[in-house]
Design a protein. Structure first.
Lengths: 522, 147
């Protein structure tokens, strides 16, 4: 126990300035501490004495027998007191000599902080129990504050940000919040603008519907054609006709109505489209740098029969943009006076199956009323265009173009050869049997298979010989089936002879399949 | 328009309006309910039928159509098939059940779809006008139905 006390004294006396903070927490000021000392009475290891400067004591008092102070250096010191209240009484009686209180911890002099820290240690060790709640007087704080000028401690307030982890967490959180906030703001602005646009469109639709309806019923075509800008402005104020959104709404309404109307209403709508100056809007779309606007313009030309814009449409027929190219082609086919396939001849991009289907639907719909020069497609350097030309010959039954087709055989690709074979079969062209026989020997399986099937319908004796030669090479089952089927179609006797001479199970199975009446068309 | 007109009752279902310049024969004010979501189409049909002297009520979706059948007591219903909230087929069902005497004409771009046409006729519609259509032709069909 004594050792512990000695250690504590060492800590206190030789500078426990760090503990000062803790003692301040328990006793906010010296008065509170002194009151507690009064309450405690005697404390183990803690004593008090009074010191008075030697110069302040008169000589008469020094010689007085009742003066019990002893001299220590330049001061008079009293005897030690173990009770705080006794030393306090002495201080009061000698107050005129400005006495000073000294704390002694285990006999060694200590300052106020050291005494207080020792007292705290006693509390922490359980040797002393605080008598009652300390009272804050704050008196000496006020005194200290009046002596020292106030300096705010600002240094180190952003020290937290020097921590790397905290910094990155803070940056990421901030980034997330800013991004999320930005997105919300953007969304609100975007939605608001879209709502405003939708409302504006509805308002314009309401403005257009009534006058347009009256115009369509009350004016005949000649009257619409004779309308001047002034007449138009009476129906739709010029300030509206200058607004892009108004024009867009009107165009959409006219195109929509054109699709749902028939009879003279359609003609009136198209005439009105031109009179309202909407052709200029379409032209601007066609000349736009945005592909979606160009495509919209092409649809407008197509739907409203704006033939005067066909030269501009033709410029887009070889566009690098697929939808634009397709729409331009469809528009040219639909509207050109003489169904001009010329735009396809110089097409540098391959025509997709979807495009071919679209073009064919238009051609099939209008070709009876327009001259169709398919032969020019065979002069194209684009093999997909030539193949499309062969398909057109097959599907439109243009036997007058057989010679043109024959001319492309030397340069024909695999796809073209397949199309030629299909065309010959569909049109029953027996005159091209040499090409068919030659194709049966093709190293390309797809051409060979197609040629074998076509030979069944269009072949000759030479075809039979080729088939027998191919069968002798023991081809795979599928090819064998095709060959036997064609042989059966061409010469039934030869077929039976071959089957009897070859008793392999697969040949007999194919024969049974071919001769089965139920499976004949399977 | 008819402020200075002299109203002459000719018979039970026809009125003749006369003024100093021209006269117009109209039908007695038969009420036609037009259920169509396309503003321009409904506007054209309404204009054409008003011109023939019919009173028209235009609604733009199936729900409003059902409400109008109940509250407006129409003499004829012209309805589209593809509409918001309720289809034209639902409208026909409802009309057949609740107003069996009111004829229904269907006006639809689904005219080429056989199933829709057959279903509509099976439900008892009196006519089916496919889009694209001519409003004058529709007016003739309306006149025939209401005769």
């Amino acid at each position: 126990m004594i050792k512990i006390h000695i250690f504590l004294v060492g800590l206190i006396v030789f500078g426990l300035s760090a503990n000062a903070q803790e003692s301040k927490n328990a006793f906010p000021d010296s008065l509170s501490f002194q009151k507690e000392l009064v309450r405690q009475g005697e404390l183990s290891g803690l004593e008090y004495r009074i010191s008075i400067d030697i110069s302040t004591i008169p000589d008469s008092l020094q010689t007085d027998s009742a003066f019990l102070f002893s001299k220590s250096g330049q001061v008079w010191v009293s005897k030690t007191y173990s009770d705080w209240s006794q030393s306090e009484k002495l201080i009061s009686s000698l107050s005129i000599y400005t006495p000073e209180l000294e704390y002694l911890v285990f006999g060694k002099k200590a300052d106020f902080t050291g005494a207080e820290t020792y007292f705290q240690t006693l509390i922490a060790a359980g040797d002393v129990v605080l008598g009652a709640e300390t009272e804050k007087s704050g008196d000496d704080l006020v005194l200290m504050a009046s002596r020292d000028s106030y300096q705010p401690i600002s240094e180190g307030q952003f020290g937290l940000f020097l921590d790397n982890k905290f910094f990155w967490v803070f940056v990421i959180t901030l980034f997330f919040l800013v991004t999320a906030g930005g997105m919300i703001v953007f969304m609100l602005i975007f939605k608001n603008k879209r709502n405003q646009r939708d409302e504006q469109i509805k308002a314009y639709e309401g403005m257009i519907a009534g006058p347009l309806t009256s115009l369509l019923f009350e004016k005949d075509l000649e009257q619409i054609n004779a309308m001047t800008i002034g007449d138009m402005n009476e129906i739709f104020p010029i300030e509206y006709l200058k607004k892009p959104l108004f024009n867009e709404v009107m165009i959409n309404l006219l195109i929509g109505l054109n699709k749902k109307m028939k009879g003279d209403f359609k003609v009136k709508l198209k005439s009105f489209y031109k009179k309202a100056g909407l052709v200029e809007v379409t032209l601007a779309n066609l000349k736009s740098g945005d592909w979606d606007k160009v495509a919209t313009g092409l649809v407008q030309v197509n739907e409203m029969d704006l033939v005067e814009l066909l030269p501009e449409v033709k410029k887009h027929s070889n566009s690098s943009n697929f939808p634009v190219r397709s729409q331009a082609g469809a528009t040219l086919l639909n509207l050109s006076e003489k169904m001009d396939l010329g735009f396809l001849v110089n097409q540098t991009y391959p025509i997709s199956e979807w495009q071919q289907m679209t073009y064919f639907r238009i051609i099939k719909f209008v070709h009876s009323s327009k001259e169709l020069e398919i032969d020019q497609l065979f002069s194209s350097e684009n093999q997909s265009v030539r193949a499309f030309g062969i398909k057109l010959v097959r599907m439109l039954g243009r036997v007058d173009l057989l010679q043109n087709m024959r001319d492309i055989i030397p340069i024909a690709t695999e796809e073209e050869k397949l199309e030629l074979l299909r065309a010959y079969q569909a049109l029953g062209v027996h005159t091209e049997v040499d090409f068919i026989n030659q194709s049966m020997k093709s190293p390309i399986l797809s051409i060979q298979e197609e040629a074998i099937q076509v030979a069944g319908a269009l072949g000759n004796k030479a075809s039979v010989e080729i088939i027998e030669e191919l069968l002798k090479k023991d081809p795979d089952f599928n090819l064998k089936k095709l060959l036997l089927k064609s042989l059966f179609q061409l010469d039934k006797d030869e077929f039976e002879v071959f089957v009897k001479a070859n008793e392999e199970a697969d040949i007999q199975a194919i024969r049974a399949h071919i001769l089965d009446p139920i499976l004949q068309n399977v | 328009m008819f402020e200075k007109l002299e109203l002459v009752l000719l018979n039970s279902d026809r009125l003749v309006y006369l003024d100093s310049n021209k006269f117009q024969i109209t039908h007695s004010m038969k009420k036609i309910l037009i259920i169509e979501d396309d503003l321009l189409i409904s506007s054209l049909v309404q204009f054409r039928l008003n011109k023939d002297g019919y009173q028209t009520i235009v609604v733009k979706d199936g729900n409003e159509g059902i409400e109008a059948i109940n509250t407006k007591d129409p003499d004829l219903i012209i309805t589209d098939v593809m509409m918001p909230f309720r289809s034209g087929i639902e409208i026909i069902h409802y009309a057949r059940k609740n107003k069996p005497d009111v004829p229904v004409i269907v006006l639809s771009s689904l005219g080429e779809e056989e199933e829709v046409v057959l279903e509509a006729f099976n439900l008892g519609v009196v006519d089916f006008v496919p889009k694209p259509f001519n409003p004058n032709e529709l007016a003739i069909r309306v006149r025939r139905v209401l005769k």
